[in-house]
Structures are given as structure tokens and as C-alpha cells.
Design a protein around this ligand. Structure first.
Ligand SMILES: CC(C)(COP(=O)(O)OP(=O)(O)OC[C@H]1O[C@@H](n2cnc3c(N)ncnc32)[C@H](O)[C@@H]1OP(=O)(O)O)[C@@H](O)C(=O)NCCC(=O)NCCS
Length: 158
């Protein structure tokens, strides 16, 4: 009998976190430190990976990190994480940081990155992940592009 595999949609595990930039996050010019931005994206992606897999997942790589414009002391950050594609034991997650500040509170895309998370079993070894079914046009485009990014990473690793 054929096994019934339950596919999950990207929206099922999507994460949105909100933060405010405090003085301990910034450099002497009042701009948020790059490492803090990456940490926030990593946390959102880790939650997203766990939402999808119901297991512990670890960061295997981070690439295409962009710092388009600075976030500053007091700015409100919205950190979004969404799975683009599940491979076998790894998944690619797209992270974005949207920043808004007074007086107009207009949201600006300040940062982006792609994270690879690997799901681990109880023995600490990588295990197979529930497949992902992209639904929207954007999700389908990201799903296709994710395979090219994986191939690019593999050529860079070897
Ligand atoms: C990530 C890790 C579990 C991979 O273990 P491994 O024994 O190398 O596993 P494998 O070679 O079998 O690869 C497993 C998957 O990870 C992917 N992978 C491994 N290293 C990778 C890297 N550097 N970049 C992108 N993907 C990677 C492989 O492509 C494979 O994906 P697939 O099964 O979907 O095709 C291991 O390297 C590790 O524990 N790293 C430290 C993680 C960590 O400490 N993170 C920070 C704290 S969360």
C-alpha cells in the first residue's frame, strides 16, 4: 500500500517576529550591528525550521546576506522567515528584515539572506524532512530558484 505523505505548505511554518533596536544592539553611530541582524534572522529561521519539521534543526550555512540600508536605535524591525524548498535532510529558508521608524513608519526592506537548516534525529544525525508544496506564484518561483542556489553552493564547497 502507498504511504500517505502529508505535504506542508510554506505558509504553515512561516514566522514573523518584531523587535526594537536598543542601544546595546548598536555601534557608536547608533546603527545596528550586522551580527545582531544575522542573529535575529537565524532565530526566526530556526523557529520556522522547527515549525515545519517538528524536530531540532541546526544552521548549516548562510549566504546572500545583504545590508541594503542601516537600521538605527529605536527602529522597529519585522523579521520574516519562510521556507523556499525542502531537499532531503536540509531546507532553504528565506529571511527578510523590514525596518520602520518615526515619523512616517514606512516599512523598508533593509536585510535579506538565505539560510540552510539541517534537521537532526535523536542520534544527532541528519534525517529526512517532510516535503514542501509551494502554492503561490512567488513560492513556486522561489522553489525553482532554490535548486539552482543549492547547486551553486555545492560547486563552491567542492
Ligand atoms: C549541518 C550538519 C548537521 C551536516 O552534517 P553532515 O554530516 O555534513 O551531513 P551530510 O553531509 O549528510 O549533509 C546533510 C545535508 O546538509 C547539507 N549540508 C551540509 N553541509 C552544508 C553546508 N555547508 N552548506 C549547505 N548545506 C549543507 C547537505 O547538502 C545535505 O542536504 P540534503 O540531505 O538535503 O541534500 C553538520 O555539519 C553540523 O552539525 N554542523 C554544525 C551545525 C551548527 O553547529 N550550527 C550552529 C548551531 S545551530
Amino acid at each position: 500500500m502507498k504511504k500517505n505523505i502529508r505535504l506542508k505548505k510554506p505558509a504553515d511554518s512561516e514566522v514573523t517576529m518584531t523587535e526594537i533596536v536598543f542601544s546595546h544592539d548598536t555601534n557608536p553611530m547608533g546603527i545596528i550591528q550586522g551580527g545582531r541582524i544575522i542573529q535575529l534572522m537565524d532565530i526566526a529561521c530556526a523557529i520556522c525550521a522547527q515549525n515545519h519539521s517538528n524536530k531540532i534543526a541546526v544552521t548549516a550555512s548562510i549566504d546572500q546576506v545583504s545590508f541594503n540600508s542601516p537600521a538605527r536605535l529605536g527602529d522597529i524591525l519585522t523579521i520574516k522567515a519562510k521556507i523556499t524548498r525542502v531537499f532531503t535532510t536540509s531546507m532553504e529558508i528565506h529571511a527578510q528584515v523590514w525596518t520602520k521608524r518615526l515619523p512616517d513608519m514606512k516599512s523598508v526592506l533593509t536585510n535579506e539572506a538565505y539560510f540552510i537548516f539541517v534537521v537532526l534525529g535523536n542520534d544527532g544525525r541528519p534525517i529526512q524532512i517532510v516535503p514542501l508544496k509551494p502554492i503561490t506564484v512567488t513560492e513556486k518561483a522561489q522553489y525553482a530558484a532554490a535548486l539552482k542556489r543549492k547547486q551553486m553552493r555545492q560547486t563552491q564547497l567542492h
